[in-house]
Design a protein around this ligand. Structure first.
Ligand code: FES
Length: 111
């Protein structure tokens, strides 16, 4: 793991969610009430783009089948419902969460 710059802090002002690619991984970076979060950017169920999901407090809701992930831990807070589970025969699993910081005018993640 090492700290890597993903963008200048001023490129991320006023936005609360954006997808970045780091070392070939899609990473969702969110800024909510001034606090930064970073987790895997693709849903563990069927790859939904979490940057297009709705956020509620420190959670993001997958736009495809509505699994809910905690932005701080990456943990599944609410799994897909029984209908989608029966249709797809799989659940959402916990995502990886990464340390993130603002440092010398840049946003960096530890990955
Ligand atoms: S792809 Fe995210 S809940 Fe199905």
């Amino acid at each position: 793991m090492e700290w890597q710059k993903i963008c200048a802090a001023n490129e991320f002002e006023g936005e609360n969610r954006k997808m970045f690619e780091v070392n070939g991984h899609k990473i969702l970076v969110s800024r909510i009430e001034g606090k930064l979060y970073s987790i895997d950017g693709l849903c563990s169920h069927m790859g939904g783009d979490l940057s297009k999901g709705r956020t509620e407090n420190n959670k993001v809701i997958c736009p495809k089948h509505h699994a809910v992930f905690n932005l701080e831990t990456g943990h599944v807070e609410k799994n897909i419902n029984g209908f989608f589970k029966a249709m797809t025969r799989k659940d959402a699993k916990d995502l990886n969460a990464y340390e993130i910081r603002e440092n010398n005018g840049n946003i960096e993640i530890n990955i």
